[in-house]
Design a protein around this ligand. Structure first.
Ligand code: PLP
Length: 420
């Protein structure tokens, strides 16, 4: 943990990052909860939305809304063009080769289900093996379990060590001639561990195995280059990236998406329909049945613009500074245990307090206006690995500041006074 030594204990000092200027973009951060200023430390669940994204959504609804792809009238053409522009913004954001490699979904969960149905149900057979890791969110476990049950396939799981890091040696040992798919979390939502996905993708490719990356917790914090990573699929949700709920993307290599069967059937995903036979549209439309989340996708594009203007590299550096500060302050409190101490970690701090249930911690912190998440974080296998029913989780975004971490530390001391 030598990175901690470099962390500044000085509140509000960050030489390069003007957090007060950024906070002014987020109206919700001015809220008072129980008469106390809101301290929002739950951005890993959903991040907050800046004014430019709110304005973009408002403008779309006020002056641009219509259904897309279906009419020649002015508004439909505007909405179609704006929706397509959003796709191109997402293409640039992840550096995909082509815009048709970006599918709008309702979020990460929907995207993983799309791949399970579109790729898995077509290509995975009885006795085939799918590699997952202990760190996966339920949305990257349950769809594959459903597939395994249907097909008679097997799930193999990469274990983690005490720090919450994947055992890469064990990962490599799991490969054999029956291995047909790898689905991996990039950054753990429960622990913050950043996985060495580039190395893991390259190893899977040595065995001709395609890889899906669940980037729900990575895309808001780490620059993503899907061509450099060379993964077959990458997915994340807008609502963790300062965008609206109800939309996310699936990036897929064009040749993979073309080889897959559609996930959902309906309008807009067809080339022609008769009762005898239906032929499907080209990608990306083949995977966007029905009216898509048009407004949300356009808001997603605005969120990507906002994040790109600030820059993911300064964001990551500032969030690491927050994480290191919070870790040092947390370790000062007797009875507090940090769960997840990976060397390479995003700004997520999961913790337990001896003798106090996580839900009680969350409830008392809420009385001070502090929003943390308590529970299993949709990652029960992680909880089982550490033998805890739940943790409390503070997750930091680039709009948080060190005085908010001080408030969290004071809040934890209050919790201990109340219960111990
Ligand atoms: N994967 C990870 C790592 C997550 O943290 C989450 C949400 O918490 C998801 C997947 C699911 O995302 P969504 O609920 O937006 O589909």
């Amino acid at each position: 943990m030598n990175i901690l030594v470099e962390a500044s204990l000085e509140p509000e000092v960050s030489s390069t990052f003007n957090v007060e200027k950024i906070r002014a973009d987020f109206p919700i951060l001015n809220l008072k909860i129980e008469d106390k200023p809101l301290v929002y430390l739950d951005s890993a669940a959903s991040s907050q939305m800046p004014q430019p994204v709110i304005n973009r959504l408002n403008y779309y609804q006020t002056a641009q809304h219509a259904n897309i792809n279906r009419a020649v009238h002015y508004l439909s053409e505007v909405a179609t063009a704006e929706y397509q522009k959003a796709r191109c913004k997402l293409q640039q954001f992840v550096n995909a080769r082509e815009d048709r490699e970006i599918i709008f979904t309702s979020g990460t969960t929907d995207a993983i289900n799309l791949v399970m149905h579109g790729y898995g149900r077509k290509f995975i057979q009885a006795d085939d093996e799918i590699i997952l890791t202990t760190l996966e969110h339920h949305s990257n476990i349950v769809p594959w379990q459903m597939l395994a049950k249907e097909k008679g396939a097997k799930i193999r799981v990469v274990p983690i060590n005490e720090a919450g890091e994947l055992d890469i040696h064990e990962y490599k040992k799991l490969f054999n001639e029956r291995t047909k798919f790898v689905s991996l979390i990039h950054v753990s939502n429960a622990l913050g561990t950043i996985n060495p996905i580039k190395e893991m993708i390259a190893y899977a490719h040595q065995h001709d195995v395609p890889v899906l990356i669940d980037g729900a917790q990575a895309a808001p914090h780490i620059p993503i280059d899907v061509q450099e990573l060379d993964c077959e699929f990458y997915t994340f949700s807008a609502h963790k990236l300062c965008g609206p709920t109800g939309v996310g993307i699936l990036y897929g290599k064009a040749e993979m998406l073309e080889s897959m069967q559609p996930f959902k059937g309906g309008g807009d995903m067809i080339a022609s329909v008769t009762f005898a036979e239906t032929t499907y549209a080209e990608i990306p439309h083949k995977f966007e049945a029905g009216t898509p989340p048009i407004a949300a996708a356009i808001g997603f594009g605005a969120a990507v613009d906002y994040i790109t203007t600030i820059g993911l590299e300064p964001i990551a550096a500032y969030e690491t500074e927050l994480l290191n500060y919070a870790t040092i302050r947390m370790l000062e409190i007797p009875g507090v245990n940090i769960i997840g101490t990976a060397a390479n970690k995003a700004a997520v701090l999961s913790f337990t307090i001896d003798g106090i249930h996580p839900h009680d911690i969350g409830t008392i912190l809420n009385e001070d206006g502090i929003a943390v998440r308590t529970g299993h974080h949709c990652a029960q296998p992680v909880m089982q690995r550490f033998n805890v029913p739940a943790t409390s989780r503070a997750s930091f975004a680039f709009y948080n500041k060190k005085t908010e971490i001080d408030a969290l530390i004071a809040g934890i001391k209050t919790v201990q006074k109340v219960f111990l």
